[in-house]
Every structure is written in C-alpha cells, then in structure tokens.
Design a protein around this ligand. Structure first.
Ligand code: FE2
Length: 255
C-alpha cells in the first residue's frame, strides 16, 4: 500500500475536516492532489445530537473515548472475522436501544436534509474501535465486495478526533489503489461511496483510540431486490432487514 505520503498530526493540532469546496478544487486540480480522498462532510450539532455521550454511557466509559483501551495491551491485530467481536462492540449493540432515539433524530434531521430524496437507512449502525497498534476493520475492501448494493452511501461518523493512522483510508478514485485518510471530528460525518471506493485501516500509531460508527443510506429508487446479506449481521439488504422498514424523506414523521 502506498502509504508513504501519510502525515501525522499531534492530537491537539489535528486539522479540521477538509471543506467540501476545497475537496472539489483538489479533485479537479493537479496530479499532486490525486490522493485527496473523495468524501463530503455533513455537519451536525453535538449538543443537539449527543451521540458520543450516549455511546460512552452505553460502554460504561467514564473518561474520554479516545483513551479507550489505552490501559490494555494491544493484543492480536484484529482481522475481518473478529473486528466486531470485542467487549465494547457487545456493549454497544446490547445498549443500542438507548442510543436509537438520538440516532433517529440525526437520520430524520441532518441526514434527511443531506439526502434530499426518499431513502432507507441502516437500521443499526456499525460500531468501530481503532485501538493504538491495531486496526478497526480487518482488511481493505469495497463494500460492493461484500454484496452492498450500488447506490448506497456510507456515513462515517467519528466520536473522537480522526486523522492519520487512526482514521479510515479511502481511495481517491475507484480502482486507483491510492489512499488518504478522512480527517474529521465529532460534529462531522464523512459521506463517501464505500461500495466502489476501497477503504481500510493502517495500524494506529497516533497514540489515541478512534471510536466511530458508520451507517449507510440508499435512495429508495436505487434499491433493487437482492438475496445478498450483510457479512456482519446476516441481514438481507432489504427494508425491514439491514435497512429501515420506513422510508425517510417522504413525509413520514419521526415516530
Ligand atoms: Fe467498508
């Protein structure tokens, strides 16, 4: 992997997310910019949608989420088969009912505005922990490789600062095999085409744990019947399965 262009920033000086305007300039500019990752930034208010706080409570973490696991040995590097299997993952999914109201408020608020057409959303988001010395996802991949339908958009939502090697690295163009990290912080969601752009992790050398979750939305007009199922949950990519039963953005009120 051509990761030599990676730049690391100290935790307190991690730059703000790259504004969409700059990314658009970058992707249309010189070859030197060809590694610019192709994502847009959706902003939300962390006070209005206190998801990081709710996740910390769900995990029983009193301190900062970016210190999660710092007192434990890094242990074996996670692989695809066990990257959803930690005690933190179990706690997140076991307590998701406590997080769901804020998640739905986010979906029916800022995400609905962003999508601007009727869509289904991932019923239960996917939780990630990127410990120092480890990865959060076991392999570089496209979500298309795992059967996700074309047209699905990924919403990658850091609950701690994400930069350099504690972030997700994504291709600038499908098939380019050249990567750069998403740089984002709580209050920002990076939206990208994970179905077609390869993405994955490096070993985290930042000294800070990244905690995040990600969810997918797909316009109703693009979702075709499929037998494909999520590799993590075994749920079919269908309304009432992997996706919400309800359509958002077609005049439905938040229940
Ligand atoms: Fe993925």
């Amino acid at each position: 992997m051509p990761f030599s262009h990676a730049s690391e920033a100290a935790p307190d000086t991690a730059p703000d997310a790259v504004p969409v305007e700059l990314l658009e300039d970058a992707t249309s500019a010189a070859d030197a910019q060809e590694d610019a990752p192709d994502y847009r930034v959706l902003r939300y208010g962390v006070k209005e949608f206190p998801i990081g706080k709710l996740v910390a409570e769900a995990l029983g973490v009193a301190g900062r989420l970016d210190r999660l696991g710092s007192a434990t040995a890094a242990g074996e590097r996670w692989v695809r088969e066990n990257d959803q299997a930690s005690a933190w993952h179990r706690e997140f999914y076991a307590h998701f009912d406590d997080i769901r109201p804020a998640y739905l408020a986010l979906i029916y608020g800022p995400v609905r505005k962003f999508m601007a057409e009727p869509f289904y959303y991932q019923a239960v988001p996917t939780f990630r922990v990127h410990l120092p010395g480890n990865v959060a996802v076991g392999e570089f991949h496209t979500d298309g490789q795992y059967g996700h339908p074309v047209g699905e958009l990924s919403f990658w939502m850091p609950l701690t600062k994400a930069w350099g090697s504690n972030s997700v690295w994504i291709e600038g163009d499908p098939g380019s095999d050249r990567y750069a990290p998403i740089v984002a912080k709580p209050g920002e969601i990076a939206v990208f085409n994970a179905v077609e752009l390869r993405h994955g992790n490096q070993a985290n050398t930042t000294g800070r744990t990244r905690v995040s979750f990600d969810f997918r939305c797909i316009p109703t007009r693009l979702l075709r019947p499929t037998e494909a199922k999520s590799i993590n949950t075994g749920m079919r990519f269908a309304p009432g399965g992997y996706y919400s039963e309800s359509v958002v953005g077609a005049g439905f009120a938040l229940a």
